[in-house]
Design a binder for this molecule. Structure first.
Ligand SMILES: [Zn+2]
Length: 418
């Protein structure tokens, strides 16, 4: 081995990056998982893995029966159909299918036998609380951020009643119904004792602020968040624009909370697919540039759904230090695009980024989402540090550990604390 691919201990950069990335526990900054205290809201196990909406959409490519026949089935009957068509009748090469196999393998199960019955039998014996710990351990995830909506009728009562928090699960206050459907949401909020009307006058806005303060406190929210349609405009005097400008951003500013934006989703492109029926479209970055520019004292965390928006979003992050980019979300969460996005981000904005979040909806999914992404991020980092070594700059183990910790949630924690 030449000097250039060795550190002091004689270990090459490739092996060192692999060791550090595989040994660094992640803070998963956006998921749809729940603190175990939420009981059945936390999904886990083989039937939830197989009926994940990514797989439902893929299965319908092959199904030849009416949509409604599928939705009439029980969850395990749906899982049977998906297993049959996506794993037995065709090889499971798609990312979401491969993810199921990586997950089962990570849990120590044999997938070669293609025996769904024995997988189900094993799952039925698991204790939910221990299962959460096992998944986090295998995935090397130290902390999980949930997505928490006061507008969710199943979730809200749990918060209102109160419960002992699991310190591994932190909260994010999700406010889509308020920003995207004020006409209906204001009535719901009025029913909870907030003196709000359809008109966004001063007194209504101050009550919205009180609502945001109450729920941020109740949840100990790390940030507020919304998923925005590609048509989002700023500035804009719609209810959404007014609420963001006059309630959400002042609330976030005064409490030092980032506002996380997830733009690009087109809801219900095919409503017959239900939750699997959302699509995407490009957005116009100029709206976001105006938003970041007008609010230098607000912090924004953004992940974009469309591959076509990724480059300009990276460039925006070079212009606005109040913007933190995170994750490869949903349709971009495939190795080919994660690779492209991760390299582009490292090359344009260095280590001031969170390359991945899992977006897991089923507890077990953290295993594959992190395993697959760790592999892609490892390869990108090996190339970056190898390029540095060619100049004579050899990164030390301590520097490597610092950098990787930042990429796996540390940089985001610093951004939140700023
Ligand atoms: Zn999500």
């Amino acid at each position: 081995m030449s000097n250039s691919d060795n550190n002091q201990a004689g270990e090459g950069i490739e092996s060192r990056v692999r060791r550090v990335v595989s040994g660094t526990e992640a803070y998963d900054i956006h998921t749809h998982l729940y603190d175990p205290a939420f009981g059945e809201l936390l999904l886990w196990g083989i039937d939830d893995l197989l009926t994940y909406h990514y797989l439902v959409a893929e299965a319908f490519r092959y199904f030849d029966f009416p949509y409604e026949d599928f939705w009439k089935l029980s969850k395990s009957e749906q899982a049977d159909k998906i297993w049959d068509v996506l794993f037995l009748q065709h090889s499971p090469v798609s990312e979401a299918c491969r993810g199921v196999l990586t997950t089962l393998q990570g849990l120590g199960l044999d997938v070669a036998g293609r025996d769904l019955g024995s997988i189900r039998a094993w799952m039925a014996e698991q204790d939910p609380a221990e299962y959460v710990s096992k998944c986090m351990e295998v995935a090397k995830v130290r902390k999980i951020c949930m997505t928490n909506s006061p507008f969710d009728d199943l979730e809200r009562p749990v918060w209102e009643k109160g419960f002992e928090r699991d310190p591994r699960f932190v909260a994010a206050l999700r406010i889509d119904p308020m920003l995207l459907d004020w006409e209906n949401t204001h009535q719901q909020m009025a029913g909870w004792g907030y003196n709000v009307s359809a008109t966004l006058d001063e007194s209504t806005l101050s009550e919205v602020r009180r609502f945001l303060a109450d729920w941020s406190d109740k949840m100990d929210a790390q940030f507020a968040m919304v998923s925005l349609p590609p048509t989002f405009a700023y500035p804009d005097d719609s209810p959404c624009g007014t609420l963001i400008e006059k309630a959400v951003l002042p609330h976030c500013r005064e409490n030092g909370l980032p506002f996380a934006l997830m733009p690009g989703v087109k809801r219900g492109v095919n409503p017959l697919l239900q939750m699997a029926g959302d699509g995407l479209a490009k957005f116009d970055i100029a709206n976001y540039e105006r938003l970041f520019s007008a609010h230098p004292d607000n912090k924004f965390a953004v992940t974009a759904l469309s591959r076509e928006n990724q480059h300009e979003l990276c460039v925006a992050a070079r212009k606005f230090r109040n913007l933190h980019i995170f994750g490869c979300w949903w349709f971009t969460n495939i190795p080919h695009v994660i690779d492209e996005m991760t390299r582009m981000r490292l090359e344009l904005i260095g280590l001031s980024v969170t390359p991945q979040h899992s977006d897991a909806r089923v507890m077990d999914q953290v295993i594959y989402k992190w395993s697959h992404s760790r592999e892609v991020i490892t390869r990108a980092l090996i190339d970056k540090y190898s390029d540095l070594e060619k100049t004579g700059w050899v990164v030390s183990d301590a520097e490597l550990e610092r950098d990787v910790k930042d990429l796996f949630g540390g940089a985001f924690e610093t951004f939140c604390a700023r």
